[in-house]
Design a protein around this ligand. Structure first.
Ligand SMILES: [Fe+2]
Length: 266
């Protein structure tokens, strides 16, 4: 009797897992179709980025102020601002802040999705880091998200961005809004990074792009204060999006911190 109950429970659990996995696979196919549709409708014109001179990337980090042409930036900012009620995440003593997930952006932010997948952005990041890169896979919740720091204390402690791929992995942040009572009207949420022999604080006014190799550069964001806001478009690119099985599982476990246990089925 006990054996039959155990077998029955195991069968139900296995069936549930297979169902959830196939459901996620269908959602990813639909999301991929939607991205293709967005790109067909409006590939953003980022030709102006082609002629831009680029800073050095020897320390695996570079900052590009006034990054996008004004009209392109305004379109992205308008979409990000419209995305209300972000999913909140809370990982004690490590990260506080809201995150708008990739799947939400695919459904509701075509200009943001089109920019992330545009040849213009891919080319300039590739030129900057010195190797050809491409967007990370659709099932990776870190590929594209909007990070929201707007509650007093929202921050993220010192960390590396773990690389879940065989190839190199780059984090690309575009500041959408950064307003508060610190110098130059910015918020107190400051991106700090440890480079060889020094620690730097990066002022990220709106339309500043920061590119870094997160697995090599330790970084953090200091706590935001009451009444301040920092809105960041976070993107990841990699040189080879394939991953070993253990890298895939590590990524899923990390994603649960941001998006709950449903990330295990991705
Ligand atoms: Fe990070």
């Amino acid at each position: 009797m006990l054996a039959e109950t155990l077998i029955g429970t195991g069968a139900i659990a296995a069936g549930g897992f297979v169902y959830a996995k196939s459901r996620r696979a269908r959602l990813y196919r639909e999301a991929a179709d939607r991205i293709a549709q967005i790109l067909r409708a409006s590939e953003p014109d980022l030709a102006a980025l082609k002629s831009r001179s680029l800073p050095d990337f020897t320390d695996h980090l570079a900052v590009l102020p006034d990054f996008l042409p004004a009209a392109s930036f305004a379109a992205l900012a308008a979409e990000a601002e419209r995305l209300v009620s972000p999913e909140r995440s809370f990982v004690p003593a490590h990260k506080r802040g809201g995150t708008v997930a990739y799947e939400t952006l695919i459904a509701a932010a075509p200009a943001i999705v089109a920019s992330y997948h545009s040849a213009g952005l891919r080319d300039i990041v590739s030129r900057l880091v010195g190797v050809p890169v491409r967007p990370t896979p659709i099932h990776d919740q870190s590929s594209l998200s909007v990070l929201v720091y707007n509650k007093p204390g929202d921050h993220i402690g010192w960390h590396y961005d773990h690389n879940f791929y065989r190839g190199r992995h780059f984090t690309v942040l575009l500041a959408i809004d950064n307003s508060g009572r610190a110098a130059h009207g910015l918020s107190h949420a400051v991106l700090e990074a440890r480079l060889p022999g020094r620690e730097i604080a990066i002022g990220t006014a709106a339309n500043t792009l920061v590119v870094f190799e997160g697995a090599r550069v330790r970084h953090k964001v200091t706590p935001i204060r009451d009444g301040e806001r920092r809105l960041v478009l976070s993107m990841t690119f990699c040189t080879d999006p394939s991953s070993a099985w253990w890298q895939g599982w590590s990524r899923r476990l990390k994603d649960t911190a941001f998006f709950g246990v449903r990330a295990l089925w991705t």
